[in-house]
Design a protein around this ligand. Sequence first.
Ligand code: AMP
Ligand code: MG
Length: 504
Amino acid sequence: MATLAAFRFDNSFARELPGFYTPWRPVAAPAPRLLFFNRSLAEELGLDIASLDGPALAETFAGNTLPDGAEPLAQAYAGHQFGRYSPQLGDGRALLLGEVIDRQGRRRDIAFKGSGRTPFARGGDGKAAVGPMLREVLIGEAMHALGIPTTRALAVAATGEPVIREQTLPGAVLTRVAASHLRVGTFEFHAARGDVDRVRKLAEYTIARHDHALASSPQPFLALLQAVAERQAALVAQWMNVGFIHGVMNTDNMAISGETIDYGPCAFIEAYDPDAVFSSIDDQGRYAFGNQPDIARWNLARLAETLLPLLSDDPEKAVAMATKVLVAFPAQYRGHLLRGQRAKLGLCRGEPDDDGADAALAEDWLSLLHAERVDFTLGWRRLADAAAGDEAALRALFADAHAPDAWLSRWRARCASEDQGMQASAMAGIERANAMRRVNPFVIARNHRVEEALAAASDQGDLAPFERLLDAIRRPYDEAPELAPYAEPAPAAVTARYRTFCGT
Ligand code: AMP
Ligand code: MG
């Protein structure tokens, strides 16, 4: 069969970092069938999609025919998993095919997941099941539509082969697009072996790829650490402002690029709760919703350790330099969080927050949602209606309709302080509501909807619920009547029982 010339590969990782990977090939799938193809992402990547027909796409995205120019390889990485160091993880069932430069000139990785065992597979079978791979599609597209940096799915192909888990499941291969697959764990792998030259090479490669402007900085490696910290502060703040729980923030699942990566046991919260944990293996709540900023900093400390020998010949100096970055992280994070919260509250003026009044206003709103067990997403969305003058839908979310009275009057006073001088405050209210509706989603990928769509696809081969949900989560700010079922929270009892699993 002819191979596809659709990708114009330029494989810098393979070319520049020998010794950081093992060349490896995907295992052939017996009966490939395309379950999902992301046309808009394909266009963004500049793929020559006109030349692609269905069967050829299925063969390619199941790993049976490699596209021209692909140089598949398994990347080496280590990682701290639940706080414990694993010296050798690596791509056990994933392969980087190569990189393409997209239409905007950005370099993007094209990688398989579930394409068979590699030398890093340890006990694993190298495979992936349809459900978890379609989950990566849904959550990645949801995050993308919410404006949150994320890896995205280009395709999912069923392999026609069963995968043995607790049950026998249909197998699939995901094709994932990422700014890169460089992880904190990639640095740890080489640092733990005491290979400072390789850590330096990796850091130089990373700077050239993600932080080109830093190459000429007087302290490029310190600047890299700062840049990664800045991206994580911004990313985790965005997660917190949409109620996203990653679920398995091990250092091998933290991307240097600042994209959200590896959608395994992730979930969106329903009622606001900082202690929310859904992952079946996170029994200590290490990766609970409210812990995510602290865990990001913990992971950055692991990255910082790998860079110490590059920062200064004087170990004490190196530690002092890295510590400064880590100490600055919480304030950096809070700055991003507050910026997002202000937009969600419909506030646009008022920086800086010297007296902490806006941070307290946001904090008290969250405490109110928590105490009254109000749905996080709808609480924010209905606050936009309140800005437009209609408080009924907001009050209906509270068991006691007057519970938000005191907070609402504080918020109104704060809004009024921004509206001074405006001709008609009703007009200001409508404008504020519209601005709030552009940042407070109506539709998120609700857990029960995701599960329902994945079960239909995996158990019955019925992709219709998946496709309908995908359409809904791709327009999260659109309050169209047909999307209303996707905005409904799950019954509290369902959420209380909800458990997520690693995508193995
Ligand atoms: P994850 O939990 O998906 O981030 O994966 C952690 C590590 O386990 C990575 O090194 C994966 O490549 C590896 N892994 C997970 N599932 C499998 C599998 N089914 N076969 C081989 N390796 C796997
Ligand atoms: Mg992972």
